[in-house]
Ligand binder design. Structure first.
Ligand code: PMV
Length: 336
């Protein structure tokens, strides 16, 4: 039993997870596909199991976390404890180098770093499948962040969730020129968490069934666009899929609206950029928040960054590449 510190990065889905068939185990109605980001945005997490603790302690960005957040951390720790045969409680410190809960998937990098650090601290030599299953217990999308490069979360069909985990589609090195230019339009916390938002959509949107039905073919097309580095297809599928998710959100009761006027302005700007270029060279996607992720290639990244910075209300832009997944940090990098 030792202390372990891991760094993990967010992933941004191009085929999105929205809707749970089991909310305890975070099991999705559909599979999803994502790109794990490089370390420009990252979460660092230190875990230590200790006989002196009577409960799990969780501190996020230097502050004691709320009970609900600590409960989600304990669900990941419980899964690790069961697999490793450990009974001790743990101290967990976690820090993001980017705004939490603002649509940059802080939960994904956070729970991926937690799964890796907890399994390591418990003395396990966990496989990427096990790590993905552990991370999924904290938040569904986190199961993709334990995988570097391009990942597919297989939805699985078993009731216990043992076949619902992420696998690699291609390593980051497969498409080194790909960039994600993030435009922060609002760094505050989102008003509706993804758990509640998904429930409202599944129970209230008549369009949702159609969305789920076309997912297997969309996933096949997306993986083929990635494997052949077909940029126009990748970007077009990504934009349409983002809008489809936001359409079923709007079709929920009450309607869920994560996008703001600035997000919509970004969508317009990307389409007119593509028109001017005479090719589909950039494509946006939005998670459960108003910040844009604009996929493009190295060739256009500077221009896209300038274009996004010029939009009124865009507070900051951050350009990332695909990254190679979580890694263990040295003892001197531990958060306690
Ligand atoms: O894993 P959660 O509960 O944070 O859900 C995130 C869902 C989206 O980010 C909106 C889409 C996705 O697939 O990441």
């Amino acid at each position: 039993m030792s202390k372990s510190t891991w760094l993990a990065t967010p992933n941004i889905a191009v085929v999105k997870y929205w809707g749970k068939r089991d909310s305890e185990l975070n099991l999705p109605y559909n599979g999803s596909v994502s790109v794990t980001m490089d370390e420009t945005v990252s979460t660092r997490t230190t875990v230590e199991f200790s006989p002196s603790l009577s409960r799990d302690i969780f501190s996020l960005n230097g502050k004691t976390a709320k009970p609900g957040e600590t409960m989600r951390v304990s669900r990941v720790l419980d899964a690790v404890r069961r697999a490793a045969g450990v009974r001790l409680r743990a101290r967990v410190y976690s820090e993001n180098n980017f705004p939490t809960a603002a649509g940059i998937a802080s939960s994904a990098s956070g729970f991926a770093a937690l799964a890796c650090a907890a399994a390591d601290a418990a003395g396990m030599k966990a496989s990427s499948k096990q790590l993905s299953l552990f991370a999924r217990m904290g938040s569904g999308s986190a199961c993709r962040s334990v995988i570097g490069g391009f990942a597919e979360w297989k939805k699985g069909s078993r009731a216990d969730g043992s076949d619902s985990y992420a696998v690699q589609v291609a390593p980051a090195s497969h498409w080194p020129h790909l960039r994600n230019v993030i435009a922060i339009t609002d760094a505050g916390r989102k008003l509706i968490g993804s758990d509640l938002g998904m429930q409202l959509t599944v129970s209230g949107s008549a369009l949702y069934q159609q969305r789920v039905k076309k997912m297997p073919s969309l996933i096949r097309e997306m993986k083929s666009a990635i494997l052949s580095r077909d940029l126009p297809s990748f970007l077009t599928l990504t934009m349409k899929e983002s809008s489809n998710m936001h359409a079923v959100m709007l079709d929920s009761t009450p309607p869920i609206m994560y996008l703001n006027d600035i997000s919509r302005e970004i969508m317009r700007a990307v389409h007119s950029f593509n028109e001017q270029e005479g090719e589909t060279a950039a494509g946006y996607t939005f998670d459960a928040g108003p910040n844009a992720h604009v996929y493009t290639t190295e060739k256009h990244a500077r221009k896209i960054e300038r274009m996004l910075s010029d939009i009124e209300g865009v507070k900051k832009t951050i350009a990332c590449r695909a990254g190679s997944g979580p890694r263990r940090l040295k003892e001197k990098d531990a958060l306690f």
